[in-house]
Design a binder for this molecule. Sequence first.
Ligand SMILES: *[C@@H]1O[C@H](CO)[C@@H](O)[C@H](O)[C@H]1NC(C)=O
Length: 353
Amino acid sequence: MAARSGSGVGVGVGGGATLRGATVALVSFAAALCCLWTEVLHRAFTFHSHRPAASMERNLQLVRNIVPPLVADKHKGQDGKIGVVGGSREYTGAPYFAAITSLKVGADLSHVFCTVDAAPAIKSYSPNIIVHPVLDGQTAAEEVRKWFPALHSMVIGPGLGREEKVLQNTKEIIRQSRAQGMPLVIDADGLWVVVQDLSLIQGYTRAILTPNVVEFGRLYQAVLKSPVDAKDYQGTLLQLSQALGNVTIVQKGKIDLISDGTTVLECSLEGSGRRCGGQGDLLSGSLGVLAHWAFSAGTDKTNGLNPTLIASFGACALTRQCNYQAFQKHRRSMSTSDMIEEIATAFHKLFES
Ligand SMILES: *[C@@H]1O[C@H](CO)[C@@H](O)[C@H](O)[C@H]1NC(C)=O
């Protein structure tokens, strides 16, 4: 009994010692693991906060915040009535692309104000767009102004051309839209108009300019009287935006850079190497809608950031995602029409899932 019990105790003690040993080992292993885990977490966190992917995800979330919910009691027009100023004898595709994009992104109504020549072509591309053949007339600005109560934002420049009468009329339309406090997206030959008369947008913080590299250089030269420093894209962008009185600029390129004179956002979402003409119209058209949504949502939804920045980031991300998806299907034969076909799924993927 004693022996058995002793042996039992012995076994017990021996077992206890092994167990204690194992426990000690386990505890120190756990402690080590814990330190390691803390270290991993720490590194993941600090590393993550500096990764473009982290700010990319944050910015995408801010765009999701400004997308209006599709509820049953909405009435027509509430989600956006967009005016596109552009379309000339030569260029009828650009204003069509911008206008149809604004509809496909979620605007309820889309108007094009174009020259008399351009109107039949644009009308024939789509019955979804309202076309006003007024842009080369004597009373163009007046005709456009009549529609101001029925418009939330304006996209100025797609396919505008360089005809003097049209440029003068566009100047007046910019002045009057600004007087209304309307968000303005200015692209292509709309930027040409602005370069001729910088006072049109100087200090107007509801304007968003979307220059490509050439247009950016031209604007920079006009404002700062010196050529662009190609080594410092962010610096020159900030400088130009501030010199214009903190007007938001979207510098389109390999990476899109966006600044309101205070903050610089980057959009480097993967697109493709394909750069067919018309992609800029997809950007300006979507930006017309997103700018309206962002200003309507207010700065609490954009985390205190300028609504123009969030709208611009959203438009850049969407354009790149459409490019990516269209390229997967069409490769080298991809065109802007193919990208427009992708808006529904690209928008859903980025901003609704
Ligand atoms: C533009 O923003 C910068 C940086 O936030 C600020 O210092 C400057 O005063 C602003 N300029 C104007 C004209 O508001």
